[in-house]
Design a protein around this ligand. Structure first.
Ligand code: HEM
Length: 301
């Protein structure tokens, strides 16, 4: 019987992605470096997208818009899946490829229906950078390199601009972290729609886990959310014991990395739950032809 050997980028070397990253040029290949980074740390990345949603709900200028569309409360599965597919189309294929460009055009069209503040665009991108890197650093199977950190910053800067932001992210990781933290102190505030959105999306995220593990993952997902964000969402802030448990669970997940070639593809599995027969970029996202919506007043509880 032939025993199939595990490979990474076709080689029997679990550090092959890192070696490829080291061989790439940051200016020419930051997107590819970021994509390899996310592949190498994929098992610990789920809380990054969750935390990113929570951050947008904690900032009333954003949550008023997201609350007004009702999409996340009523079609959370489609919204989360579409978000992941459109973002990963740009990450995997780049803006030089048709699929990446179509995805950017689709998201831009959605964003143009709303009056989105520049700082809000920047903070969503900054959050993805800050949290994604922190998860890899805290729970990852190997050390994160400076080249990876810079590639992730540059990728999210490009992504934000491709999706409608008029400004790049701050020019260094230190400045991105500062911008993010200042925004947290300045803009976060509880409003009733924050909690409605947070509960709806948390209830959806835990369905990604087997029934018996949902209670524990409710805690694990919230434990990595910044306390300022949790409070502004009207959600409980994780205490020390729950944070301890969450850290152990995340470290266990981190041991599944680096996932070898042909290993579990979490995004493809998730996409099948919404699109069992496959999908096309034009089907993704919302197709609302609204006149530009000004950030509305807070919605009722
Ligand atoms: C760099 C920052 C941002 C990125 C990468 C991003 C990404 C995306 C993506 C991929 C989608 C399509 C997913 C879907 O169909 O649900 C989307 C939709 C949407 N985004 Fe953004 N976004 C950003 C910032 C913002 C901000 C700051 C706001 C609001 C203030 C916003 C409001 C919306 C709305 C209203 C939709 C349509 C779906 C819905 O109604 O929930 N986005 N965004």
């Amino acid at each position: 019987m032939r025993v199939s050997k595990k490979t990474w980028l076709g080689q029997p070397d679990s550090y092959a992605r890192l070696r490829r990253i080291e061989s790439l040029d940051i200016d020419a290949n930051f997107r590819e470096i970021a994509a390899l980074f996310y592949q190498d740390f994929q098992s610990v990345m789920l809380p990054a997208s969750f935390s990113n949603f929570m951050m947008t709900f904690a900032a009333p200028r954003i949550s008023r818009i997201l609350g007004s569309t009702g999409e996340l409360e009523h079609r959370a599965a489609k919204r989360v899946v579409d978000m992941s597919l459109l973002t990963s189309a740009v990450l995997e294929h780049g803006l030089g490829a048709e699929l990446g460009r179509d995805a950017a055009r689709r998201v831009n069209h959605m964003h143009r229906q709303y009056d989105i503040h520049e700082d809000d665009f920047l903070v969503v991108g900054s959050d993805a950078v800050v949290i994604g890197i922190a998860l890899a650093e805290n729970y990852g199977w190997r050390a994160v390199t400076d080249k990876e950190r810079e590639a992730v910053r540059r990728f999210h800067s490009q992504l934000g601009q491709a999706f409608g932001s008029h400004r790049p992210l701050p020019g260094t990781l230190k400045e991105v972290r500062q911008f993010w933290s200042d925004y947290m102190d300045r803009e976060l505030q509880f409003e009733p729609q924050n909690r409605r959105l947070a509960r709806a999306v948390l209830n959806y995220y835990i369905t990604m886990f087997p029934k018996g593990l949902r209670t524990i993952f409710r805690v694990v997902l919230m434990a990595d959310v910044d306390p300022r964000i949790a409070r502004a969402c009207g959600m409980p802030v994780a205490n020390m014991p729950t944070r301890w448990i969450a850290t152990r669970v995340m470290k266990l997940l981190g041991r599944q990395d680096p996932v070898p070639d042909g290993g579990k593809d979490g995004l493809a599995e998730l996409a099948k739950t919404v699109y069992p027969n496959g999908w096309e970029v034009n089907e993704l996202g919302t197709h609302i032809q609204a006149k530009v919506v000004r950030s509305p007043e807070p919605a009722g509880a």
